[in-house]
Write a protein that binds this ligand. Structure first.
Ligand code: SAM
Length: 229
């Protein structure tokens, strides 16, 4: 899987790939990344990429020409390019999307800045658009990095233990059951005693029940299985 980031600010994204799990994934060639800066595609003397909104409105927008030329170049070089725009005004990005997109060969994230991007760029090039939450960020870099991280975990071999993907929150519309590690008691706080008794089927049942309770409490809207309602 290759991530292509179209951004005016690559330094906001790159450090995330230079540490921990994603660093190892890059070193092992399970994922790779590259940057394109729309400023390098400008045809105006001052390398300007933004302009005022037609019809009025506060703030500036990234205008068409540098992004059209940049995305044409990317598409020419990568026939598998799948182009995603992080947008506040879009459907939410979910775990199912992360899993589905992990099968793509090349995902291109186009980061907006200022008041966003001329709508014609999105209309012409977007394969999908996603929001990472109901709030406004200063730019798409963080949102692109968040999605790239969630997708990377689902790319084959990126996680040392692929089993951990199967019991995570949002699998089967459930949150993960509470988890504990050693010691069994810390500052008078105990792990769930049943987890210590070694009866694996009992532990599995209890975890399912705890997951149902947690999901109903924190995210009641997730529970679609009538059996659990
Ligand atoms: N004027 C836009 C609006 O009201 O929808 C917000 C523009 S925002 C300041 C600049 C850029 O940040 C957007 O073009 C988008 O790329 C990114 N962005 C901001 N909030 C986001 C969110 N919640 N999810 C995904 N991307 C977001």
């Amino acid at each position: 899987m290759k991530f292509t980031f179209v951004t005016l600010f690559p330094n906001l994204i790159e450090p995330y790939f230079q540490d921990s799990i994603l660093k190892r994934a890059v070193e092992s060639n399970f994922i790779s990344y590259e940057f394109y800066n729309p400023r390098d595609f400008t045809t105006n003397k001052h390398k300007k990429v933004d302009d005022q909104m037609v019809g009025g409105g506060a703030g500036m927008l990234l205008f068409c020409q540098p992004l059209f030329d940049c995305l044409d170049e990317i598409k020419k070089k990568n026939e598998d390019a799948y182009i995603i725009f992080p947008l506040a005004a879009a459907k939410p990005f979910r775990q199912n999307d992360a899993k589905r997109l992990a099968k793509k060969k090349n995902i291109v994230f186009v980061s907006g800045r200022y008041e966003g991007i001329d709508e014609r760029v999105i209309e012409k090039y977007a394969n999908e658009v996603f929001s990472i939450g109901e709030y406004i960020l200063t730019g798409g870099e963080l949102a692109s990095t968040v999605m790239a991280d969630a997708i990377s975990r689902n790319v084959d071999n990126v996680l040392g233990n692929a089993d951990s993907l199967e019991v995570e929150s949002y699998e089967n519309n459930m949150l993960e059951a509470p988890s504990f590690t050693k010691p069994e008691i810390f500052q008078n706080l105990s792990v769930v005693k049943e987890f210590l008794k070694g009866n694996h089927s009992k532990i599995a049942d209890l975890k399912t029940n705890l997951a149902i309770c947690k999901t109903k409490y924190f995210r009641p809207g997730l529970v679609t299985n009538k059996k659990f309602k």
